[in-house]
Ligand binder design. Structure first.
Ligand code: DC
Length: 216
C-alpha cells in the first residue's frame, strides 16, 4: 500500500473540498468514498430495492455492479452517475444502504485498490478505522451541526434543490445518528486520528492545519 492520508467525519464537515485540495497540494490521488456509497445506493434503488431488502437480494444485485471512482467522477457499470448521486434523496439512501454488510463488503476492496499504485487522500466515515487502519496520517474533521447545516443548505441551493434550513438540519441529525449508531464500521474518531474542528474556519485555514499534520 502507498501512503494514505485518511480523513473521516460527519456529513457537511467539509471533507470533500478539503481532501481534494490536500490531494492537489501533495500530488496524491483523491478518493471520495461517500460517492461510492451514494452510487451503489442509487443503483440499488433504481433496480427496485426497498430499504428493508434482504442481504441476499442486495448481494445478488451487487454481483453485477461495477462501481468505480475515476478522476473525480463516479461510475456504475460504465455510466456516469456523478450528478445523480448529489440529489437530496441519494444522501438518505446512501446512509441507509451503507449500513448493510453486502454493500460494505462490495466496496472494501475497491477502496483499498485505490491505494495500491498511487499515494492517496481518502475521505469517508471509516477510512481511519477500517479501510486504512495503518494510514500514514489520520484526521477526524468535525464541525458544529449549525455550521454543517448552513454549508449543506448553501450547496443544495447552488445546485437548484430545495434548501429549507430546518429540514436540512433534521436530515443531518438523522444521518449522523444512523452513520454513528450502526453496527458495521460506524463513524467514530480513531484513537490515533488528529481532531480538526472546522467550525468558524475558512477552507484555507483548515487546509493549513491539515498540511501541518501531514508534514509533521
Ligand atoms: O460523505 P457522503 O455524505 O457523500 O456519504 C454518503 C453516505 O455514505 C453517508 O451518510 C454514510 C455513507 N458512507 C459510509 O458509510 N462510509 C464511507 N466511508 C463513506 C460514506
Amino acid at each position: 500500500m502507498k501512503k494514505v492520508v485518511a480523513i473521516d467525519g460527519p456529513s457537511g464537515a467539509g471533507k470533500s473540498t478539503l481532501a481534494k485540495l490536500v490531494a492537489r497540494e501533495l500530488g496524491f490521488d483523491y478518493l471520495d468514498t461517500g460517492a461510492l456509497y451514494r452510487a451503489t445506493a442509487v443503483f440499488l434503488v433504481r433496480q427496485g430495492l426497498e430499504e428493508n431488502a434482504s442481504d441476499d437480494d442486495i448481494a445478488s444485485l451487487l454481483s453485477g455492479a461495477k462501481v468505480e471512482f475515476r478522476n473525480g467522477r463516479v461510475f456504475v457499470n460504465g455510466s456516469d452517475v456523478s450528478d445523480e448521486i448529489r440529489a437530496p434523496g441519494a444522501s438518505h439512501y446512501a446512509s441507509v444502504f451503507s449500513a448493510r454488510l453486502p454493500v460494505r463488503k462490495h466496496l472494501l476492496d475497491i477502496q483499498r485498490e485505490a491505494a495500491v499504485h498511487a499515494d492517496l487522500v481518502a475521505e469517508g466515515r471509516d477510512m481511519t478505522t477500517v479501510v486504512f487502519p495503518s494510514a500514514y496520517k489520520k484526521i477526524y474533521l468535525d464541525a458544529s451541526v449549525g455550521e454543517r447545516t448552513r454549508r449543506r443548505a448553501t450547496e443544495l441551493a447552488a445546485k437548484g434543490f430545495e434548501a429549507d434550513e430546518q429540514k436540512v438540519r433534521t436530515e443531518i441529525i438523522e444521518r449522523d445518528a444512523r452513520d454513528s449508531g450502526r453496527d458495521l464500521s460506524p463513524l467514530k474518531k480513531a484513537d490515533d486520528a488528529i481532531l480538526i474542528d472546522s467550525t468558524g474556519l475558512r477552507i484555507d485555514e483548515v487546509m493549513k492545519k491539515v498540511i501541518e499534520v501531514v508534514k509533521e
